[in-house]
Write a protein that binds this ligand. Structure first.
Ligand SMILES: Cc1ncc(C[n+]2csc(CCOP(=O)(O)OP(=O)(O)O)c2C)c(N)n1
Length: 674
């Protein structure tokens, strides 16, 4: 037995980490964790820390740390300090996070207690509660595919277990018997709301065979309870949901005061069950340590924590010059991920066929590439046939998802961090709503919020747009502006078949998440082949050169712009048509050069007006003094107004950009009727 810490502060040295297989080591971890709470709350009250999010009461989680192996991934919750210390995370790193220091695991970007240690496969905890569940399922799916063992541990609070994504994640895990445990840390509260009548275990939501209910106040009992559960998951028996009961001994955070909603009696009662006190007593009663040693461990922990936080407080703050880093990868391509050559040919083809061919090329050349989406399997091969033939050729790698867009995006993220290459389909971009949380909060932020330590390169593609007649409000949207507004996502929309193919090939070799929007109006249209593959998808294409007016467009609107340019040419007006296949990043240089040359700008878009990318272009160019000086007239935006697309063809046509509207806009910039 490890009889340590004889009262000397040196019992914890400054670099100490705490792998804790034995009962006394577990106590040491719990003591350090609790002392860190005390220290953080004092520092907060002294104005030396910005926020304190306590784990007090959840310390017995330290008992689980020795059950977690090097192949396992942990999607932790913000009350998991003791668990992480037990897994070997140095307290110093946690202290750096508390002070938001440059060298902390998020580089000072995440709030205190939003842990992330990817080198130990501890994945970044984000603030939106429940966000971790679907990525954990995705990572578990990657571990299952990889077949080398390893499970995913997904920690979540009892209140957060009412988020829809939690249920989707459990359903996905059950469906595919994924090696994942959902660990509900039930302290009975979501901030001030009592959850005993709300949480899904109390509601009897799950089949009792997959749910376990354990007490979380004794680390050894918890470890004994959890060992067979994790063993069964490792043996391939599928997922489990475990509810562990804790007490939240402190207020929710430093912004909360639990005495406003808990009686003094209730708090006293809870403190009587304090796991640190009861476990310390148990060790003494079991003669594993004596009372003096118990006190010495507590004292040594206090000293160690104070010293560690003192050092961390002195560490450098983040450099403000670095605030813009790690939104995207520094290297555009993933190392060792060459862009396969674009499919060659001379016959006309459609965007749908081009995309399908490029997808086949990727699946052929990259065994880690996976496709997942609604109806993507043969014989349907996707509602637009984009995956036709591929599930037959690449069995088990092109699979039907449930009808659950959050699942599609969340699984993509979890697969991505585990080294797979997800190229996942949303059936229509109009149905991005349920996936939005995963796309903008998880996928788009992961690299930034871990200061580049984690990332999930992936491609999510979706048919988009109108001009097909009869799409109605939810088969007509493009939504590039929503996506462009979210830092960390690349957003592409091709206007030609060859561009679609080359974009997909580039995106799949890239280091960043890409949203690839495919105008469905173009998917079945035959188009001549073009040497587009030689062009980088993030560079604008000058489709027609001209000196009198610049018309900028993307996707469906490029063909409208080209037609308008033809009509204008007949009237003696030379339009320059700039196709922007990449919305993010946008090729501002080409746009600026064109507008400085022509002095006039018309932007044409399908998306609606307010806060749209079209407005952003006008704002960006008119805000540039040199471009502003070159303008002869106010830039014009041809757009759908702030209105939805109606099902009636009459209503659809009424709101979309068209030839006439573009010509009128050009006339406006010329100051004359043509
Ligand atoms: C999606 C989302 N909604 C609301 C919040 C604000 N919020 C932060 S923690 C919290 C309560 C979470 O309770 P629970 O999941 O039981 O965990 P506990 O804090 O009790 O450990 C709330 C409402 C949030 N962070 N994310």
């Amino acid at each position: 037995m490890n009889r340590i810490a004889k009262g000397s502060p040196a019992a914890f040295d400054a670099t100490e980490v705490f792998p804790c297989p034995d009962p006394v080591s577990i106590f040491r971890v719990m003591a350090v964790s609790r002392e860190a709470e005390t220290r953080e709350s004092i520092l907060f009250r002294q104005g030396r820390g910005q926020f304190h999010l306590p784990s007090a009461g959840h310390e017995a989680l330290a008992g689980l740390s020795s059950l977690i192996g090097p192949r396992d991934y942990t999607y932790c919750y913000y009350r998991d300090r003791a668990l992480l210390l037990g897994m070997g995370v140095p307290l110093y790193d946690i202290a750096l996070g508390y002070f938001a220091k440059a060298e902390s695991s998020s580089g000072g970007r995440q709030m205190a207690s939003h842990f992330s240690f990817p080198e130990k496969r501890i994945m970044s905890c984000a603030t939106p509660t429940g966000l971790q569940c679907l990525p954990a399922a995705g990572t578990a799916a990657a571990l299952k595919r990889d077949g080398k063992g390893g499970i995913a541990l997904c920690c979540i609070g009892d209140a957060a277990a009412r988020q829809g994504e939690f249920f989707e994640a459990v359903a996905m895990a059950l469906q595919d018997r994924l090696p994942v445990v959902f660990l509900i840390e039930d302290n009975g509260f979501g901030v001030s709301t009592r959850t005993d009548h709300m949480n899904p275990v109390s509601l009897g939501f799950f089949n009792p065979e997959i749910v376990r209910d354990f007490d979380g106040r004794d680390p050894l009992a918890l470890r004994n309870d959890m060992r067979p559960v994790l063993g069964a998951i490792r043996a391939g028996e599928g997922p489990a949901v475990v509810r562990i009961r804790f007490d939240r001994l402190m207020s929710h955070t430093s912004s909360d005061d639990h005495t406003r909603y808990r009686s003094a009696g209730e708090i006293r009662e809870m403190e009587r069950r304090d796991p640190l006190v009861t476990y310390g007593r148990h060790l003494v009663e079991s003669d594993l340590i004596d009372a003096r040693e118990e006190a010495a461990i507590r004292e040594a922990a206090q000293h160690f924590v104070r010293e560690t936080y003192r050092r961390a407080e002195a560490a450098p703050a983040p450099d403000p010059q670095g605030a813009m880093t790690n939104i995207f990868a520094r290297q555009e391509k993933r190392p060792g991920a060459p862009v396969p050559p674009a499919p060659e040919g001379t016959e006309e083809w459609t965007m749908g066929r081009a995309f399908n061919t490029a997808l086949g090329t990727i699946l052929e050349s990259n065994p880690s590439a996976l496709v997942f989406g609604e109806d993507v399997e043969d014989p349907k091969g996707g509602v637009f046939g984009l995956t036709k033939g591929l599930s037959t050729r690449y069995s088990g790698r092109v699979t039907n998802s449930p009808l659950a867009e959050a699942t599609i995006a969340g699984m993509a993220s979890g697969y991505g961090v585990a080294g797979c290459l997800p190229i996942f389909e949303l059936q229509f971009i109009d149905f991005i709503g349920p996936a939005f949380n995963q796309i903008v909060n998880q996928i788009a932020t992961l690299r930034w919020r871990t200061a580049g330590r984690s990332a999930c390169p992936l491609v999510i593609y979706a048919p988009c747009g109108s001009f097909i007649s009869g799409g109605g409000p939810w088969h007509s949207q493009t939504n590039e502006s929503w996506l462009a507004h979210s830092p960390g996502l690349k957003v592409y929309m091709p206007s030609t078949a060859d561009d679609a193919a080359s974009m997909l090939l580039h995106a799949a070799a890239g280091a960043d998440p890409v949203m690839l929007l495919l105008p469905k109006n173009l998917l079945q249209k035959s188009m001549p082949r073009e040497p587009a593959a030689s062009l980088h998808p993030e560079r604008a294409r000058v489709r027609v050169s001209g000196g009198h007016v610049t018309i900028a467009a993307w996707g469906n609107c490029v063909s409208l712009a080209l037609r308008a340019a033809g009509s204008l040419a007949e009237a003696g007006v030379e339009a320059e048509v700039i196709d922007l296949p990449s919305i993010v990043p946008c090729d501002w240089q080409t746009l600026r050069a064109s507008v400085r040359k022509t002095g006039r700008l018309v932007v044409v878009q399908e998306d609606n007006r307010t806060c749209s990318f079209g407005q952003a272009i006008i704002s960006e160019l008119t805000g540039d003094p040199k471009t502003w000086e070159s303008l002869y007239a106010a830039p014009q935006l041809v757009t759908r107004e702030d209105v939805h697309v109606g099902f009636s063809a009459v209503l659809e046509t009424a709101v979309l950009p068209n030839h006439e509207k573009i010509i009128r806009a050009v006339e406006q910039t010329l100051g004359e009727k043509l």
